[in-house]
Write a protein that binds this ligand. Structure first.
Ligand code: SF4
Ligand code: ZN
Length: 294
């Protein structure tokens, strides 16, 4: 199999693009996809201060690495979830990356905040991943705003977006569907959020991280077992295997046909938390409640 760009021996085959690439041309293709996403949705420019949410996993470290290589002004934000060994390994990978690339890394420690993930898991009946997501979003937003960043970038790839869309459609979660987009503008005290990897798949990201020799956490979070998204991804991969291109069609179709006609008003958070000032639906935000404020 030959690289479709330079005709050298190909190392990566991408069935959904009907393409194969040698290593160098694949890296070029990947960076091009990220740059296209950034430009198409006006995510940010070289003048912006971008804060990248880094977990220590392959997607977020790949995103940080690509943005730096493309010349963007990108710092990292790591939330230490306090999940014992897993969080310690994650922290060491992120710190090592920041040190090698000589870039700024901001860290928030949930143990110091009194809401480590194992702690809150024991205190409430809500699914742990939903709590974890809520707490991470809160600190992404707060740190981004207080540290003067114009935009927050996360490492969600096409598989993440498609499984989330699939889940939201299966259960007709209209309020979540309205919020599903590669870019969410800044509004009501919320920082602008972008997903520059939304055009590339989990497979593409793994190949990129491998070719770039990125050192990331390769063990799963102990709380990820049986998570619904993992099951959805498995089934979506089977469909993609039989019908290459289905995932990107499903997601792009949603962005082009459904999202533009969805209104975005009745659920907007009109209040601000009386403890911390975060936008909320009631008088105290979810994170302040977890911290024990009533
Ligand atoms: Fe948080 Fe769940 Fe991800 Fe673990 S698997 S890091 S608990 S969202
Ligand atoms: Zn609050």
């Amino acid at each position: 199999m030959k690289c479709i760009r330079c005709k050298k021996e190909a190392e990566v085959e991408l069935k959904s693009h009907n393409a194969a690439f040698c290593r160098d041309c694949f890296l070029h293709f990947f960076e091009n996809q990220v740059e296209k996403a950034i430009k198409k949705h006006s995510m940010f420019s070289k003048a912006d201060k971008v804060l990248v949410a880094v977990s220590g996993g392959k997607d977020s470290l790949t995103l940080w690495s690509v943005l730096l290589d493309l010349g963007y002004n990108a710092d990292g934000l790591f939330i230490n979830l306090g999940i014992n060994n897993f969080s310690e390994i994650a922290r060491s990978k992120v710190e090592k990356f920041a040190q090698i690339r000589k870039v700024k890394l901001i860290t928030v420690d949930l143990v110091d905040e009194g809401i480590s993930i194992p702690d809150v898991k024991n205190k409430t009946r809500r699914p742990v991943c939903s709590l974890c997501g809520q707490i991470k979003r809160y600190y992404f937003n707060m740190m981004g705003l207080t540290e003067g960043y114009s935009v927050l970038a996360t490492g969600h790839n096409l598989d993440d977006e498609v499984s989330r869309l699939f889940s939201n459609v299966l259960h007709w979660k209209m309020e979540y569907l309205k919020d599903q987009s590669p870019v969410l503008p800044s509004e009501n005290g919320l920082l602008k959020k972008v997903k520059p990897l939304y055009r590339v798949t989990e497979f593409d990201t793994s190949a990129y991280a491998f070719f770039k020799d990125l050192d990331f956490v390769d063990i799963a979070c102990p709380f990820s077992k049986g998570a619904t998204f993992t099951v959805y991804k498995k089934h979506l991969n089977q469909i993609e295997f039989s019908f290459p291109g289905t995932k990107i069609d499903f997601y792009q179709g949603f962005l082009k046909k459904l999202r533009p006609i969805m209104t975005n008003d009745e659920n907007s958070r009109k209040n601000t938390c009386k403890i911390c000032g975060y936008p909320t639906f009631s008088d105290i935000c979810g994170v302040c409640r977890l911290k024990g404020y009533r």
